[in-house]
Design a protein around this ligand. Structure first.
Ligand code: G4P
Length: 525
């Protein structure tokens, strides 16, 4: 029987995967792709040693630094479901990019290194995840190594993210003594070395939480310790609460070792039990149910130029929110009213791209763009206008003056700057009178990536003069008086020509507020 639109949408699970660099995000993604048969061999997504890099690590700067700067999209079929995995930059300097990706997903998976916990420089990244209010699943990785005490890790998670945690399973030892997990959710024990227990991968538990039957492991103090910990958690820990998971207030926590593949499938099986399918999205016209409309709608959350430098392509990533995509569909770009035929599209497999034949709410498709689209654009089919809520912009904190080194190459400088700004890679300001270019960023690495890409992709070398940190505050056009500008509160225009002040520090801002009490200062997110 043909699947209805509702059937199809209900099979979609779309999540973003977030971690500190090196916590194991790529290794887990790879395991998930292996389960789904999307790849045949570990190392396809990323093989640092073999020098083979997949699209999540396409950029030279990423290879050099071992970080992922850009997000990519992968899809995998598992247990009758289509799971869409959106990779995110593993560095907090790119929190804004991560947040935009979070807008395009229905849940998030956080990967934490059990040896490190929540590293200070990752707090912001994970907090962004919490701010979005979607279900968050936590995978504590690298149990095959000696790490920190699981209780400490849970306490830290709760404290730093201000979220409740519920361990779905509990590690039995770690490092050389890692025996497996005490699986609270599935009421069983899962073993790393099943051959020592008669080739049983899983041993069921009785109602007191003890393994049924006599096995070597029942003699182990590591097992009895795990049982005691779980008893303590039952008494003093948070209760399991499905609604709290759905609201992003309680994170189910899983332990495992992605490198050995241990615990990843158990995680995946529980994840699909609780991860939501695409939900209604807010629009200016009210809530839009993913299956309520036969017409296609979606929004652009990411633009990536030059993913393939040989072709100088520019891909706009669209999250589908309702209806069904078919090649050749006509849509309207809400911002400009311009019509667009979606014929040249792509979806992303583990190690290849394919043109999209069909896609529904929850799916991400790549549109080859010639400059029509911007981040945040709503696209809709048919006559009924739709506009999704705006994608939030972060208030930049660091600023840099930028000029082309070679005045003869101004054209490529302007082209590069315009495209990278449209991608959301960095924010652009101009001083009010002299129109000098100022770049604004959330983190220092954004400048480095900008400079690197301008040179490599647009052949434009630039001089960058740091201006340090500033406080950016927007004002209404009608409050504008150019005489209010000074070196301590520099008046600029953003790329939409809105007036914005860059204050030297809090003191300068307070001085301004005292002097011009009628002017309301606004920040972004
Ligand atoms: P990331 O995407 O979050 O940055 O992390 P990635 O998966 O690349 O993993 C970072 C390093 O940690 C890799 O080692 C990887 O093999 C290792 N790793 C991932 N999961 C586990 C685990 O469960 N246990 C252990 N012991 N190690 C794990 P590398 O040597 O830096 O890279 P590679 O040369 O092996 O690719």
């Amino acid at each position: 029987m043909a699947q209805t639109l509702t059937d199809k949408v209900n099979t979609r699970k779309t999540f973003a995967i977030i971690s500190h660099p090196d916590a194991g995000k790529t290794t887990i993604t790879e395991q998930l792709l292996l389960f789904g048969g999307a790849i045949r061999q570990a190392g396809t997504v990323k093989g640092k040693k073999s020098g083979k890099f997949a699209k999540s690590d396409w950029m030279k700067i990423e290879q050099q630094r071992g970080i992922s700067v850009t997000s990519s999209v992968m899809q995998v079929d598992y247990d009758g479901l289509q799971i869409n995995i959106l990779d995110t930059p593993g560095h907090e300097d790119f929190s804004e990019d991560t947040y935009r990706t979070l807008m395009a997903v229905d849940s998030a998976v956080m990967v934490i290194d059990s040896g490190k916990g929540i590293e200070p420089q990752t707090k912001k990244l994970f907090k962004v995840c919490r701010m979005r209010g979607i279900p968050i699943f936590t995978f504590i990785n690298k149990l095959d190594r000696d790490g920190r005490e699981p209780m400490d890790l849970i306490a830290e998670l709760e404290e730093v993210l201000e979220i409740d945690a519920y361990p779905m399973n509990w590690p039995m030892g770690m490092g050389k003594n890692f025996l497996g997990i005490y699986d609270i959710y599935n009421n069983r024990v899962e073993l790393t070395h099943p051959e020592q227990n008669g080739d049983n991968d899983f041993l069921p538990l009785d109602e007191d939480g003890a393994i049924i039957g006599d096995y070597p492991i029942t003699e182990s103090t590591i097992y009895t310790q795990a049982m005691e910990d779980v008893l303590l958690l039952n008494e003093a820990g948070n209760p399991f609460d499905e609604e709290a998971i759905a609201n992003g207030e309680l994170t189910p926590v899983f332990f495992g070792s992605a490198l050995t593949g241990f615990g990843v499938q158990t995680f995946l099986d529980a994840y699909i039990d609780f991860a939501p399918s695409p939900a209604a999205k807010k629009t200016e016209e009210g809530e839009l149910i993913p299956t309520s409309k036969e017409d296609l709608t979606g929004f652009i959350f990411k633009i990536q130029a030059n993913m393939n430098p040989a072709h100088r392509d520019r891909i706009a990533f669209m999250r589908i929110c309702s209806g069904e995509f078919e090649p050749g569909v006509d849509v309207t770009i809400q911002r400009t009213g311009k019509k667009l035929k979606l014929s040249h599209t792509t979806q992303f497999m583990a190690d290849s791209r394919e043109s999209v034949k069909s896609a529904v709410a929850g799916d991400i498709i790549g549109l080859y763009d010639t400059g029509n689209l911007q981040i945040g654009d709503t696209l809709y089919e048919g006559k009924n206008k739709v506009q999704f809520e705006a994608l939030p912009q972060f208030t930049p904190e660091l600023f840099m003056k930028v000029t082309p080194k070679n005045v003869m190459k101004q054209k490529s400088f302007y082209k590069g700057i315009q495209q990278l700004v449209q991608e959301g890679a960095i924010q652009l300001y101009k001083t009010y009178h002299t129109e000098e270019f100022i770049l604004g960023a959330v983190g220092q690495l954004q400048f480095e990536v900008f400079q690197f890409r301008l040179l490599n992709e647009y052949n434009s070398e630039v001089d960058m003069t740091p201006m340090g940190s500033k406080i950016a505050r927007w004002i209404e056009e009608e409050d504008l008086d150019v005489n209010m500008s000074s070196s301590r509160n520099l008046l600029c225009k953003d790329r939409f020509d809105n007036p914005v002040f860059l204050f030297e520090n809090q003191f300068a801002m307070r001085w301004f507020e005292d002097k011009y009490p009628e002017v309301k200062l606004k920040s972004l997110l």
